[in-house]
Structures are given as structure tokens and as C-alpha cells.
Design a protein around this ligand. Sequence first.
Ligand SMILES: Cc1cc2nc3c(=O)[nH]c(=O)nc-3n(C[C@H](O)[C@H](O)[C@H](O)COP(=O)(O)OP(=O)(O)OC[C@H]3O[C@@H](n4cnc5c(N)ncnc54)[C@H](O)[C@@H]3O)c2cc1C
Length: 165
Amino acid sequence: MPGIHVVGDLLPPPSLGLAHTSFAEGQVVAETLAGLRPTPVDYTAVPRVTYSSPQTATVGLTEAQARALGHEPAVRAMPLTALAKGMVHGRGGMVKVVAEAGGGRVLGVHLVGPQVSELIAEAQLIVGWDAEPADVARHVHPHPTLSEAVGEVFLTLAGRRLHQR
Ligand SMILES: Cc1cc2nc3c(=O)[nH]c(=O)nc-3n(C[C@H](O)[C@H](O)[C@H](O)COP(=O)(O)OP(=O)(O)OC[C@H]3O[C@@H](n4cnc5c(N)ncnc54)[C@H](O)[C@@H]3O)c2cc1C
């Protein structure tokens, strides 16, 4: 109805029924009422986290979703335990990246493992900014961190490798 604005859990998909999407939707409504022209929420680049043990954190398309949309994706994965910090945690986990074949844009990043909710912010910028693996691969990640595994998957997708077998 004209003049009625809805945010949060009242919205149907593609809204995600999450606190952070609700905040963002509230900001869009507030800025609209203030006479501004806010950018609508881009749900494809919103992270979804499960705060379990281990955690899961995901942004963008899964491999199955990418195929269903007609992509022939390049998919690479790396166990967190291939790197020093993952060995220190000793709790498994992995990073999986779905990208357009031939070095095209990154479609999705998916993580499982200890505290991976802290790694998803990098991935959301990669997906949200339509970055390609080569854009990410040239950035050096700090050692020893779990974020190295994120960097190394993109290195592999860009045709290079460090610890990845
Ligand atoms: C157990 C649980 C855990 C969750 N964990 C997470 C999480 O970890 N991360 C995450 O992103 N999301 C999480 N969510 C989802 C998140 O809480 C919701 O998506 C978000 O709060 C929705 O915001 P909202 O403003 O639509 O509704 P709400 O936050 O529910 O706000 C609605 C408000 O309206 C009030 N209200 C209801 N009826 C009336 C009335 N008649 N008159 C006046 N006031 C009224 C309520 O008291 C409430 O304060 C979780 C949800 C649940 C239930």
C-alpha cells in the first residue's frame, strides 16, 4: 500500500530473514523517507552464517545454484588444515570458491570450520564487487591466519599455487 514500508522478517525472499538484512532494509526505508535515493539491498552479496561448531559462512551462489542458472563454473576447494593456522586449530574445515570458467567473476565463496564467520567479510567484498580470481590472487594474505586458505584458493583459480596440491 502507498505509504506503508516493510522491513525485516515481514519481507518475502529474496530478503533473507536475518538481523543484518533487516538493519540494511531499515536504513533504506529511513533514507527513502528522508528524501534520499538509497541503493537497494543486494541480497546476492549478503553473507549467511550458521553459528554452530564448526561454523559455516557462505556468500553468493553455490555450485548447484550456479549450474542451475546456466553457468559452467570453475570450482576449487582447499582444506584449512593444509596451512599452519588450520593445523593449530586442528578442527578441519575448508574453503570452496565458485567462479565463472576461464578466469571470470567470482560467483560464490563457501566456508566451513572454526570461526569462519570472521573470514566471510573478505568474501562478500569479492562477490559484491564482481572480482575475478586474478584480482584477489595478487593480494598477499597474512601468515599464520585462516585467511591464507582463502587467498590460496584464488591463487589456484588464477593458475598459480603455493601450498595447494
Ligand atoms: C532464536 C533466533 C536466533 C536468531 N539468530 C540470528 C543471528 O544469529 N543472526 C541473524 O542475522 N539473524 C538471526 N535471527 C533472525 C533475526 O533475529 C531476525 O531476522 C530479525 O530480528 C528480524 O528483524 P525484524 O525487525 O523484522 O523483527 P524483530 O527483531 O522480531 O522486531 C520486531 C519487534 O516488534 C515488536 N512487536 C511485535 N508485535 C508488536 C506489536 N503488536 N506492537 C508493538 N511492537 C510489536 C517485537 O517485540 C519486536 O521487538 C535469529 C532469530 C531467532 C528467532
